[in-house]
Design a protein around this ligand. Structure first.
Ligand code: NAD
Length: 463
């Protein structure tokens, strides 16, 4: 059959379009122009990963660990340069934490019952291709930590990262695929698109081959994922209060709170965002913060200028202020301070916009409480029912229990800086996806698996 010129052109155009869509962007593994193609590639990779032995999966995880360590500074610098948020030193520490302490395949456990009637196993099986949406505040940290847990669980993952952190996220995704290839695994165990948008996110959320969605971000994305009609893990916003009572070691409390609050310029969602202190020790605590912990005490005038600068008329955060250092924030309102100033503090009512809003910058408002009961009420109000994170500095165990019950958060840190909850100076494993809204808490490989019961009846059993 003879073909017309226009028929030939149509076929050539289709082939070119397919090649362009299939081709990874530049030399980056796992980066595709089109979301549907990215998902197809992750699906092909998952067919291989799901039949790999645990040892083979673990080999991939261990190469990812090594590559994160080798690239920790590059990843940290990229994150700060691209988003303008956070600081390189702390971001290096966060990457090393992910590399060293993120659980791998050891998190995948089988439960067994054996008895007169046979053997029953409950195994943790993969979901398949997981759709993950990641924030700009911990971009590569989240991509890498999610990838390790999801691959350890036998899944592959398609990311729709925050548009403000695309390059950093793609670099991390490329690194995960390089690790897989080096360990003898497939390419495209983690994929994404060249230009992630809300449209590419919608394609991912609706795709028939994505059975599980994992959202790490603010309330909008968590609601979107939970409205998708699919299983969703929602790691949403917080506004963690640190409560200090008169039984605490006040000097240490000041140090721990400022250390936690200023870590990576307050970007971690678990970080201390405000303080509620009882009247008896309020002035002492504030005094230690200012005299010993590099805090700048903001006057009413500076507070007012900060409100206008960091929150716009619509009540939304000015993105240019999120994750900036105290020195930079103060400069924005015309105040020059020496380099050792790391946090801005002031006393205010709980309704103060710099206190009740989740700012993600080193501005720490202190709310005065009459007594412990009043402090608990104020802290619970400030957490806004996010059930995310809270902190307490107290030596009274009954009070700690009372606070824990009242605030009911996924994370409660007692007498330490917030980052202790991520295994940094505390026990336990790290994650940058804390499923506060859907209740899984700190996510790890086991979270990204489904349960399969396998029962074998004993045929020799006398009935
Ligand atoms: P963000 O909500 O602006 O963005 C997060 C991601 O969601 C981005 O990829 C963004 O593009 C996407 N997104 C936003 N709205 C969406 C929608 N309607 N549909 C689909 N995708 C959507 O958050 P951010 O500024 O990147 O990160 C900071 C926020 O995330 C804070 O509220 C912080 O507390 C929270 N956070 C929570 C955790 C946790 O583990 N719970 C971890 C990190 C950050």
């Amino acid at each position: 059959m003879e073909m017309t010129e226009s028929q030939i052109k149509e076929i050539v155009d289709k082939v070119i379009a397919k090649v362009t869509l299939d081709a990874p962007a530049g030399s980056m593994h796992g980066v595709f122009a089109d979301m549907n193609v990215a998902i197809e590639k992750a699906k092909e990779a998952q067919r291989i990963v799901r039949v790999m032995s645990m040892d083979q999966r673990e080999k991939i995880i261990s190469v990812i660990r090594r590559k994160i360590k080798e690239n920790a500074e590059t990843l940290a610098r990229m994150g700060v340069e691209e988003t303008g948020m956070g600081n390189v030193g702390d971001k290096i520490l966060k990457h090393l934490l992910v590399a060293e302490k993120t659980p791998g395949t050891e998190d995948i456990k089988t439960t067994a019952w054996s008895g007169d009637r046979g053997l029953t196993l409950v195994e943790m099986g993969p979901f398949g291709v997981i759709g993950a949406i990641t924030p700009c505040t911990n971009p590569s940290e989240t991509v890498l930590c999610n990838s390790m847990g999801m691959i350890a669980g036998g899944n592959t993952v398609v990311f729709n990262p925050h548009p403000q952190a695309v390059k950093t996220s793609q670099f991390a995704i490329n690194l995960v695929n390089e690790a897989s290839l080096e360990a003898g695994g497939p390419d495209n165990v983690a994929v994404t698109v060249e230009k992630p948008t809300l449209d590419s996110s919608a394609v991912m959320m609706k795709h028939k081959d994505i059975p599980l969605l994992v959202a790490t971000g603010g309330p909008g994305v968590v609601t979107a994922v939970l409205s998708s009609g699919k299983r969703g893990i929602g790691a949403g916003a917080g506004n963690p209060p640190a409560l200090v009572d008169e039984t605490a070691d006040i000097r240490k409390a000041a140090q721990d709170i400022v250390n936690g609050c200023t870590f990576d310029n307050n970007l971690p969602c678990i970080a201390e965002k405000e303080v509620v202190a009882v009247d008896k020790i309020f002035d002492e605590l504030l005094n230690y913060m200012v005299k010993e912990q590099g805090c700048y005490l903001a006057s009413k005038d500076v507070q007012d200028k900060l409100v206008k600068t960091v929150i716009n008329e619509k009540g939304a955060l000015n993105r240019k202020c999120v994750g900036r250092s105290a020195k930079v924030l103060l400069k924005m309102v015309g105040v020059e301070v020496p380099d050792n100033i790391r946090c801005i503090v002031f006393e205010g009512p709980k309704e103060h916009p710099l206190i009740s809003t989740e700012l993600m910058m080193p501005i720490l408002g202190l709310v005065r409480a009459r007594d412990f009961k009043d402090a608990v009420e104020k802290a619970v109000w400030l957490e806004h029912g996010n059930r995310h994170s809270a902190h307490i500095h107290s030596k009274n165990v009954d009070r700690i229990t009372e606070y824990a019950r009242a605030i009911d958060t996924a994370i409660l840190v007692k007498n330490g800086p917030s980052y202790a909850a991520l295994g940094f100076g505390g026990e336990g494993f790290p994650t940058f996806t804390i499923a506060s809204r859907t209740g899984e808490g700190l996510t790890s490989a086991a979270t990204f698996t489904k349960r399969r019961r396998c029962t074998m009846s004993d045929s020799l059993c006398i009935r």
